[in-house]
Ligand binder design. Structure first.
Ligand code: SAM
Ligand code: SF4
Length: 328
């Protein structure tokens, strides 16, 4: 599928649920949200069918997200469906890692290849502060990371920084990543929903701080990014053993090279993170239309994919959906 600006669309993010076992303050309000009714959530078979149709239209990478994808019952069955029916050989997931220790092996056996685990701090009290989770949540996440490594999954860590909240975790997190021999990426905070009350740390600022600790930064050419085909820019530092990634949707906008669309848990094909544009696929699917008609809906919608977000200038016609309902 090609959009109206000539961009090839080959990457689909599928949100499996708008439920989550955490309440990260930049993503989900503390009081929670009004969840999609069970009957309105796509079944695993419906999700598989839409993914299959999209794979025929050129989607070759799928990422499962949420809410928290691991709270969705049957997630391993869906991975198997995607693997068997859509011919996808790259199936990834973004997870908060809380439940990962119990299921990493099962996910790998089902056919998951990659997992990005969100890790914003290495301090248990800060973890509770950010996520609203009482108890030893961080310990569970760290155990989950170990299990994922052991299971053979390819791992990346994702960290969202907020001024005055987890700045002091920057170096401990990069050290942790080096120690585990995994890549860490810092994602600039985006002003969606409740994130607006926090102050972002820009990538340039962050690279400056890392330079103070690790010496001269050198950008890694795209050809050396290995398995990461996403928008992260990687740097090596003179005195750091691995690569550190930066995803900078605000300070270094990458919309020109955007290749992604999103499917919400209720079957809405969403074209851009910011805007509400897209098409409802669930209603026509449940009314019995054929694959060819769904294909046409998808192709027509993709042609209308917005050129770029405008988080950096105005809030514009921003979607009312929160991050937890979109999946990042
Ligand atoms: N629950 C899973 C998790 O936390 O990894 C998957 C869903 S979460 C919405 C996906 C990613 O979006 C996470 O890495 C999270 O940190 C990131 N995220 C959420 N709100 C964000 C915001 N306002 N700006 C930037 N990233 C955000
Ligand atoms: Fe849940 Fe992920 Fe949002 Fe945190 S970032 S509230 S873990 S969906």
């Amino acid at each position: 599928m090609t959009d109206g600006y000539g961009r090839e669309i080959d990457y689909l993010r599928i949100s499996l649920t708008d439920k989550c076992n955490l309440r990260c303050s930049y993503c989900m309000p503390r009081e929670g949200i009004r969840h999609i009714e069970h009957k309105d959530i796509l079944t695993l078979e419906e999700t598989g069918r839409l993914a299959h149709i999209m794979s025929e239209l050129g989607i070759n990478r799928v990422r499962l997200t949420g809410g928290e994808p691991l709270v969705r019952r049957g997630v391993t069955d869906l991975i198997r469906i995607l693997r068997a029916e859509c011919g996808l050989n790259e199936i990834s997931m973004t997870s908060n890692g809380l439940l990962l220790a119990e299921c990493a092996g099962e996910l790998y056996d089902a056919g998951l290849t990659d997992i990005n685990i969100s890790l914003d701090t290495l301090r248990e009290e800060c973890f509770s502060y950010i996520t609203g989770y009482d108890g030893r949540g961080l310990k569970c996440v760290l155990d989950g990371i170990d299990s994922a490594i052991e299971a053979g999954l390819r791992i990346k860590l994702n960290c969202v920084l907020m001024k005055g909240i987890n700045e002091e975790d920057i170096i401990p997190l990069t050290e942790y990543a080096a120690d585990k021999e995994v890549r860490i990426r810092f994602i600039e905070l985006m002003p969606i929903g409740c994130a607006g009350r926090f102050e972002r740390i820009s990538t340039d600022d962050l690279i400056g701080r890392l330079e103070e600790k690790y010496g001269l930064p050198t950008p890694v050419p795209d050809s050396m990014k290995a398995y990461d085909k996403g928008p992260a820019e990687y740097y090596t530092f003179q005195e750091y053993s691995g690569q550190i990634g930066f995803i900078s949707p605000i300070s270094h906008k990458f919309c020109d090279s955007c290749r992604r669309v999103r499917l919400t848990a209720e079957g809405f094909l969403k074209l851009c993170l910011q805007y509400p544009d897209g098409v409802d696929l669930k209603t026509p699917m449940r009314s019995g239309v054929k694959d060819e008609e769904l294909k046409k809906l998808m192709i027509d919608a993709v042609r209308g994919k917005p050129a770029a977000h405008s988080f950096d200038t105005s809030r514009g016609n921003t979607d009312k959906r929160r991050m937890v309902e979109i999946g990042g």
